[in-house]
Write a protein that binds this ligand. Structure first.
Ligand code: 5CA
Ligand code: ZN
Length: 409
């Protein structure tokens, strides 16, 4: 699949800092030490009801990760998937009486537009589940041949007992896992499974549903977790730097993915750090497609809201916290954007070096974007109150805000 156009990332004076970030698997802040090419896999959308503010907040977090890396003069190899065939997508297409491929294409196109407007850096490889199927089938066959997968009424399941590290990403107890498995795409109550938590790797063709050639697995379609493992291993290989997503992906999705990869390669975990963004809510509940309590990036854009203000609204919250979208959040962001634009519209101002360092320091410290915004707020207030004589300082601040946070002033 094609991704979306890249916005330019200005180079900044001085030295970027190495990123310290919270890793769910170890429960600790870890300082990442990527090579000259940092490798990141971010789980992409299931293309219906895109792009709501929860999606946008999660992709904002991983955009910041990349911008911090770019500032250290590393290159970034970024891979993202699109779950363009899965139960919830097919269910939505059926409900709305539309073709599932048309729905997926339309929503993916909208997502690309929203990502472009928000100045999110595009992945180098943007891969759909459907196009990954030829790579998924042999992995499932290998898992089966190694005894890590079994057949049940034509479907192929992964056996979580095949991985002695199972649980090593989310560290949940069995009861919590079972509950979340039922909520998030699993089928713990299906009779005949070896372990209720075992996830599907390959689902045999169902009447009226799309299916593909699965070689020795028979016709069918891929399970959700193996999709991301196949794409990540194909494009990044084992031991890449970060796998990212919202906190609702820690279990089962990232746990199962790490287990599949362990059974395939003998290594654990697949990513050096598992990074999870908090959930954005609306009216006291997690914003989700199934509940329908959604605020869309595209709807705000249509109303004339500047995408830079939407981005500032996301940045005003620490990526790991759960937070509520409200009209006030957006009003505050619009006001901040106006203040900042006024402050950088003059040719000179207070010195820029300190504020650039403060933004760097804040973001390198577990992506503390609220602290980064504070630093720019203070500089803008100084500019408004007493101005300054450093020629070109507003330009430096403006380039730093763009390079490190994707906000075009
Ligand atoms: N296609 C899978 C990942 S392989 C999927 O989870 N798709 S999704 O469309 O449901 O979500 C896309 C990303 O947005 C995921 O990282 C998910 O954790 C995140 N997300 C979904 N809802 C919210 C929310 N309310 N707040 C923050 N992030 C969210
Ligand atoms: Zn995924």
């Amino acid at each position: 699949m094609h991704a979306w156009p890249a916005s330019e990332v200005p180079a900044l004076p001085g030295q970027g800092r190495d990123l310290r970030i919270h890793d769910t698997a170890t429960g600790d802040l870890v300082t990442l030490a990527p090579g000259p090419v940092a490798r990141i896999y971010v789980c992409g959308i299931t293309p219906y009801d895109a792009t709501h503010m929860g999606h946008a907040a999660t992709y904002n977090a991983f955009d910041l990760v990349q911008r911090v890396w770019l500032d250290t003069k590393r290159q970034v190899h970024y891979v993202q998937n699109v779950t363009d065939v899965d139960d919830p997508l097919l269910e939505r297409a059926l409900r709305d009486d539309v073709d599932w491929t048309a729905l997926a294409e339309k929503e993916t196109a909208l997502f690309r537009e929203d990502m472009t407007a928000l100045r999110m850096l595009p992945p180098r490889h943007y891969i759909g589940a459907v196009e990954a199927i030829p790579g998924i089938v042999p992995l499932v066959e290998r898992l089966r041949d190694a005894g890590a997968a079994y057949e049940l009424e034509g479907d192929t399941y992964f056996s979580v007992e095949a991985d002695s590290h199972f649980g090593g990403v989310s560290h949940l107890d069995a009861a919590a896992m079972r509950l979340l498995s039922a909520e998030r795409g699993g089928d713990p109550d299906r009779p005949g499974k070896k372990n209720p938590l075992d996830p599907m790797l390959w689902m045999a063709a169902r009447e009226g549903e799309p299916s593909w050639d699965g070689a020795s697995l028979g016709r069918g379609r891929p399970g959700w977790h193996i999709e991301c493992v196949a794409i990540a291993l194909d494009h990044l290989g084992m031991g890449f730097d970060v796998q990212g997503g919202g906190s609702d992906l820690a279990f089962p999705h990232h746990e199962m993915g790490a287990s599949h990869a362990q059974a395939l390669t003998g290594e654990f975990p697949m990513a050096k750090a598992y990074v999870h963004a908090g959930m954005v809510g609306l009216d006291g509940e997690k914003m989700s497609k199934s509940k329908g309590n959604l605020v869309f990036v595209s709807a705000l854009r249509r109303e004339g809201v500047d995408p830079a203000a939407i981005r500032l609204a996301l940045l005003a919250h620490h990526y790991r916290s759960d937070w509520e979208w409200t009209d006030q959040v957006l009003r505050d962001a619009v006001a901040r954007l106006e203040r900042w634009r006024a402050a950088v519209s003059r040719p000179d101002g207070p010195p820029a070096e300190a504020v650039v360092e403060e933004i760097r320091e804040a973001l390198a410290n577990d992506l503390d974007s609220p602290a980064a915004l504070d630093a720019v707020d203070r500089w803008a207030a100084l500019q408004q109150e007493s101005g300054g004589t450093d020629e070109g300082a507003p330009g430096v601040v403006s380039r730093a805000v763009d390079a490190l946070m994707g906000v075009a002033l």
